[in-house]
Design a protein around this ligand. Structure first.
Ligand SMILES: *Cc1c(COP(=O)(O)O)cnc(C)c1O
Length: 344
């Protein structure tokens, strides 16, 4: 029967109201905020997130490339979407047929766009030394219709002199270039104070629950949660190993629950012998190595757990980042495609 559908064994729940609330919080602190929705909105679903944030009042969206922009062409007005990687020969025809704004990063990109006479954004490199126009003579920008003139902070999650250097560099360069708006701060940069706010901020990670500076911990709501099915429960004898390469040996006879989640879902091997799940309020530590499709939990605390139950995976971004050695960005953007996604 074609109308009978298989069902996933792991669920990813994405709280769009929490994303909207986080945007309102960051919009309030910074005076005005856009939203970085590149990489499928950090794994949360760019179409769903863009729609929810547009309804909440957000009017500026940042994607990495033209394929990501294309996926949003019928979701929010195209001229509200900035393409951070800028323009190239291969995408020029597409760009001319659409109203998205390229973020021009180099003299070659500027030359390519100048004759097109359509709005654009510009990225100045104020010290990250990665992407953007450096040490520019302002005549380079003559004739461009620049909406957002921006730069990007390298170390906003730290209290270091580089932040002050970048804001000073950006201020000096931006004062010589005509634009409608100026923008510097990402999520962490918003918490560095008014000097960093300019006309519009560009939060990403904190919209999705990321706490990248301590000041954010009380004001940012969690967004993603993961649940996965128990496939089998067994008692493993004292001294017996669990999982690939026997990285765990049971100190006692141990109740083990095997769960339908693995590194193919983005639950990477850094959680081996370190991660945890919850069942009925009890904590079940991950024991043994994370496999592609499976993890094993010490279920000593969960006497009633059985096949078919669901456990909640501990995926608090801050603590999961410390546990796994992955950044909060990697924890979100690495989430795989096997989940049943639920938006609430
Ligand atoms: C990704 C990105 C952001 C958002 O950064 P977060 O640290 O996720 O808040 C802002 N600006 C640019 C240019 C980016 O590439």
């Amino acid at each position: 029967m074609d109308d009978v559908r298989p069902s996933a064994m792991a669920k990813l729940t994405i709280d769009l109201r929490a994303i909207a609330k986080n945007w309102q919080t960051l919009n309030g602190i910074s005076g005005a905020a856009g939203a970085a929705i590149k990489a499928n909105a950090y794994g949360c679903g760019a179409r769903e997130v863009a729609k929810a944030l547009f309804e909440t009042g957000c009017r500026d969206f940042f994607v990495a490339n033209w394929v990501e922009a294309d996926a949003l062409k019928d979701v929010v007005p195209q001229n509200h979407i900035s393409v951070l990687n800028g323009i190239d020969e291969q995408n020029l025809e597409y760009a001319m047929a659409h109203a998205f704004k390229p973020v021009l990063n180099s003299p070659a990109q500027i030359a390519m766009w100048r004759d097109i006479n359509a709005p654009c954004d510009v990225m100045l490199d104020s010290g990250i030394n990665r992407l953007g126009q450096t040490g520019c003579d302002s005549t380079l920008f003559d004739g461009l219709d620049i909406d957002i003139l921006m730069s990007h902070l390298a170390s906003a999650d730290e209290d270091v002199k580089q932040n002050h250097n970048q804001v000073a560099c950006f201020k000096a360069a931006a004062s010589t270039i005509a634009s409608r708006r100026k923008s510097l701060a990402n999520s962490a940069g918003i918490m560095l104070g008014k000097d960093y706010h300019f006309d519009i901020s560009r939060p990403g990670i904190s919209l999705y629950g990321g706490v990248v500076r301590p000041e954010l911990s009380d004001i940012i709501a969690p967004v993603v949660s993961i649940h996965a099915r128990v496939l089998q429960v067994r008692i493993v004898a004292k001294g017996a190993p669990v999982g690939y390469n026997a990285t765990y040996k049971c100190p006692n006879d141990t109740r083990i629950a095997t769960i339908a989640l693995g590194y193919a879902d983005g639950y990477l091997r850094g959680f081996s012998n370190k991660g945890a799940a919850k069942f009925n309020g009890k904590i079940l530590p991950v024991i043994g190595r994370v496999s592609m499709d499976l993890i094993t939990l010490d279920a000593a605390q969960a006497l009633s757990i059985q096949e078919g139950d669901w456990v909640q995976i501990d995926y608090d971004l801050c603590s999961a980042s410390q546990t796994s050695g992955l950044s909060q960005y990697e924890l979100l953007t690495g989430l795989g495609h096997r989940f049943a996604r639920q938006y609430v």
